[in-house]
Design a protein around this ligand. Structure first.
Ligand SMILES: Nc1ncnc2c1ncn2[C@@H]1O[C@H](COP(=O)(O)OP(=O)(O)OP(=O)(O)O)[C@@H](O)[C@H]1O
Length: 589
C-alpha cells in the first residue's frame, strides 16, 4: 500500500539530485533575499541624504558618485541578481521536475506490475474504466503534490526563515511580529485545506464514473447504434459528465476561494504590519528607507507563503487520491505457484486432467461440480453442452484464469500448483470464440510483438485458411485492422486467432467454439489443414457442430455444470441420452 512515507522513501532515492537541487534553490534564495534591499536603501542614502553602507561601499570601489550613478549601479546589481535568481531557479526546477516525474512513473509502474498479476475475478469486478481513471487522474493529483513539495517545501520554509531573520535584524520587534503571524495563516489553511482535499476526492470519483461510462459506451458503440440507443447512452454519459461539472465547480471555486481567503488573512496581517511600521517610523528610530525595505521583504515572503498554502491543499487532495490508488493495490493477485515440476519440458505434448473440480464465481453457487475429465496424451476430446452449461468456464479453469474451489487441474498428472500458471499458459493455448484483437497490423496481431520469420507467418495463415484474405489486403501483413479488428469479419478474426495459436506453437490446444463463425466448408478445410498440426498435440474442442465434435476421440457432455454423459460419438449416439437429443435437436448441421 502507498503512504506518504513510502512515497518519500522513493523521493529519497534521488539523494544526489535532491542535494544538488537544493543547493541551486538555496543559492537562488540567497540571491533573492538581499535584492529588495538595494533600491529602498537609496531612499535614505540618496534622497534623504544620509549616506550609509551602499554609498560607502560604492565610494570605496568607484570614488565619489552622484544620484544617477548610485541609482544606475543599484539598478544594474538588482537586475543581475534577478537574472541569476532566474537561472538558478530554472536549474533547480529542472532537477526537481525530473525527480517528481520519476517518482510518479515509479508509482504507475508499481501499479501496472500489480495489475499484471491481479486475478481475473478482481479485474472483472473493478473494471477497466475505473482502473484507467486511477492510473491517470489520481496519479496526476499525487504528482501535483510531489512536484510542489519536492521543489518548494524546504526552500519556502528556508526563505521564510531567512526573511524573518533579516526582518529581526532590521527591527526585532517588527521581525517577531511577522514570525508570529505566519503560523496563524498556516493553521488557518490546514483547517480549510482538509475540506478542500475531500472535495478533490469527490471530483476524482466523479471523473472515474464518467470515464467508466464513456469507455464502455465507446467500446460498445456498434451495439448501441445497432439497437438505436445512442440517445439514451449519450444521455447517461452526459449525466456522469454533469456530475463531473458539478463536483469540479464545487472543488474549483471553493479551492480558489480558500486560497484567496488564506491570502486575505495574510494580506490583512500585511496591512496591519504596514500600519505598525509607519508608526515605528513616526515614533521610533526606524528610517523610511528601512520601512520600504521591510515592505519589500513582506512581498518576498508572499511567494513562499503562497507556496506553502498550495502544498497544503495539494496534500489534502493527494490524500484522497492516495486512498483511491491503494484500491488497485488491494485487488487480489492470482495465486503464484512455484515451478517445481515441468511436465511440458522436452515433450511434444501431455495429458490434461480435471479431477473432481468444483468452481463458483461468487463463492456460493457452483457453476461446475464434480468434474472429472481426462484428455490422454495426444488425444482429442470434445466438450458439448447447452449454452450456460459451463463449457467456457471449464476452458478458463484449465489455463488457470480462475482457481478452482475444490479438486485439481493436472497436466501429466502434475497439479498446476506445482507447475506454475505462467508455465501452463506458455504451453497451453486457449483460442477464444471472440478473440481479442489489437488496433495494430495483422503481423502484430499474429506475433504479439515476437520476432517470427515471415515464411512461418504465411504457413500459419495458410493452415488457418487466411492466406488468401491477407494477400488481398492493401498492405498485406502490415495492414491495420482497426479497434478490436473492426475491419475484419468475425470468421476472419477467428482464423487469425487460430494462426496466432499455430505461431505460438503450444503443446496443448483448447479451442472454445473457435470456428463458430466460419461457414461449414471453410471450417472443414481449416480442420483438415489443422489435422496434421493437432495430431501431436492434446486438443480440447468445445464445439456445437457435429462435424467438429465427431473428430474427437472422446466426448464429455456438460449439463448445468456437471458431466452427465461421456464416451465416443458412436457410444453416445447409441445411448440415446442427452447427447443424442442434443445433436439431433441443435447441431446436425
Ligand atoms: N465472469 C463470470 N462471472 C460470473 N458468472 C459467470 C462468468 N462467466 C460465466 N458465468 C456464469 O457461469 C455459467 C456458465 O457460463 P459459461 O460461459 O461457462 O457457459 P458456456 O457453456 O460456455 O455457455 P455458451 O455456450 O453460451 O458460451 C453461466 O451461468 C454464466 O452466467
Amino acid at each position: 500500500m502507498y503512504s506518504w512515507q513510502k512515497i518519500f522513501q522513493e523521493v529519497k532515492k534521488y539523494r544526489r539530485e535532491l542535494v544538488l537541487g537544493h543547493i541551486f534553490a538555496v543559492i537562488a534564495t540567497l540571491i533573492s533575499i538581499p535584492t529588495p534591499l538595494f533600491l529602498p536603501l537609496l531612499v535614505d542614502e540618496v534622497l534623504l541624504n544620509k549616506p550609509g553602507i551602499f554609498i560607502e561601499t560604492y565610494q570605496k570601489f568607484f570614488g565619489t558618485g552622484n544620484p544617477v550613478t548610485y541609482t544606475l549601479t543599484a539598478l544594474i546589481i538588482v537586475l543581475i541578481m534577478r537574472f541569476l535568481f532566474f537561472v538558478f531557479n530554472a536549474l533547480q526546477s529542472k532537477i526537481f521536475t525530473k525527480i517528481s516525474k520519476s517518482v510518479t512513473y515509479k508509482i504507475r509502474e508499481n501499479l501496472l506490475n500489480h495489475l499484471k498479476d491481479v486475478s481475473m475475478s478482481e479485474f472483472e469486478t473493478v473494471g477497466s474504466g475505473a482502473i484507467a481513471s486511477k492510473l491517470i487522474t489520481d496519479i496526476n493529483t499525487i504528482d501535483d503534490f510531489i512536484g510542489k513539495t519536492v521543489s518548494r517545501l524546504i526552500i519556502s520554509v528556508l526563505t521564510i526563515i531567512g526573511v524573518a531573520v533579516v526582518l529581526i535584524l532590521i527591527n526585532w520587534k517588527l521581525g517577531l511580529l511577522i514570525v508570529f503571524l505566519n503560523p496563524v495563516v498556516i493553521y488557518f489553511t490546514t483547517v480549510v485545506g482538509r475540506k478542500i482535499g475531500k472535495l478533490k476526492g469527490i471530483e476524482n470519483k466523479a471523473i472515474e464514473k464518467f470515464q467508466e461510462r464513456l469507455t464502455e459506451t465507446l467500446d460498445l458503440f456498434w451495439q448501441i447504434r445497432a439497437s438505436n440507443r445512442e440517445k439514451s447512452f449519450v444521455q447517461s454519459v452526459l449525466e456522469t459528465a454533469k456530475e463531473v461539472k458539478e463536483t469540479s465547480i464545487e472543488f474549483g471555486w471553493k479551492s480558489d476561494a480558500a486560497g484567496r481567503l488564506s491570502m486575505l488573512v495574510f494580506l490583512s496581517g500585511y496591512e496591519m504590519f504596514r500600519a505598525v511600521s509607519i508608526l515605528f517610523v513616526a515614533y521610533s528610530d526606524l528610517t523610511i528607507g528601512l520601512m520600504l525595505a521591510i515592505f519589500g521583504y513582506l512581498w518576498v515572503m508572499m511567494t513562499p507563503v503562497q507556496e506553502l498554502l498550495s502544498i497544503q491543499y495539494a496534500f489534502h487532495s493527494g490524500e484522497a487520491a492516495l486512498r483511491r490508488i491503494n484500491e488497485i493495490l488491494k485487488m487480489k493477485k492470482e495465486p503464484k505457484y512455484p515451478h517445481i515440476l515441468n511436465p511440458f519440458k522436452n515433450r511434444q505434448t501431455c495429458s490434461v486432467r480435471l479431477k473432481d473440480v468444483y468452481f463458483s464465481y461468487d463463492g456460493e453457487n457452483y457453476v461446475l461440480q464434480e468434474i472429472n475429465i481426462t484428455a490422454e496424451e495426444g488425444k482429442k476430446i470434445a466438450i458439448v453442452g447447452a449454452s450456460g452449461s459451463g463449457k467456457t468456464t471449464l476452458a478458463h479453469i484449465m489455463v488457470g484464469f480462475y482457481p478452482v474451489d475444490r479438486g485439481d487441474v493436472l497436466y501429466d498428472n502434475i497439479s498446476v500448483k506445482e507447475i506454475g500458471l505462467d508455465v501452463v499458459r506458455e504451453n497451453v493455448f486457449l483460442v477464444l470464440q471472440s478473440p481479442m484483437m489489437f488496433n495494430d497490423t495483422v503481423r502484430f496481431n499474429l506475433t504479439l510483438g515476437k520476432n517470427i520469420p515471415e515464411n512461418r507467418i504465411w504457413e500459419a495463415l495458410e493452415i488457418a485458411q487466411m492466406k488468401d484474405v491477407v494477400e488481398g489486403l492493401p498492405q498485406k501483413l502490415d495492414t491495420l485492422i482497426g479497434k478490436n479488428g473492426i475491419r475484419l469479419s468475425g470468421g476472419q478474426k477467428q482464423r487469425l486467432a487460430i494462426a496466432r495459436m499455430i505461431l505460438q506453437n503450444p503443446k496443448i490446444v483448447i479451442l472454445d467454439e473457435s470456428t463458430s463463425a466460419l461457414d461449414t466448408h471453410t471450417e472443414y478445410k481449416l480442420f483438415k489443414a489443422l489435422q496434421k498440426y493437432l495430431e501431436k498435440r492434446t486438443t480440447i474442442i468445445i464445439a456445437h457442430r457435429l462435424s467438429t465434435v465427431q473428430q474427437a476421440d472422446y466426448i464429455y457432455v456438460l449439463d448445468r455444470g456437471r458431466v452427465v454423459e461421456e464416451g465416443t460419438h458412436q457410444e453416445l449416439m447409441e445411448r440415446e441420452g442427452i447427447y443424442n437429443q442434443f445433436m439431433k435437436k441443435h447441431f446436425m448441421r
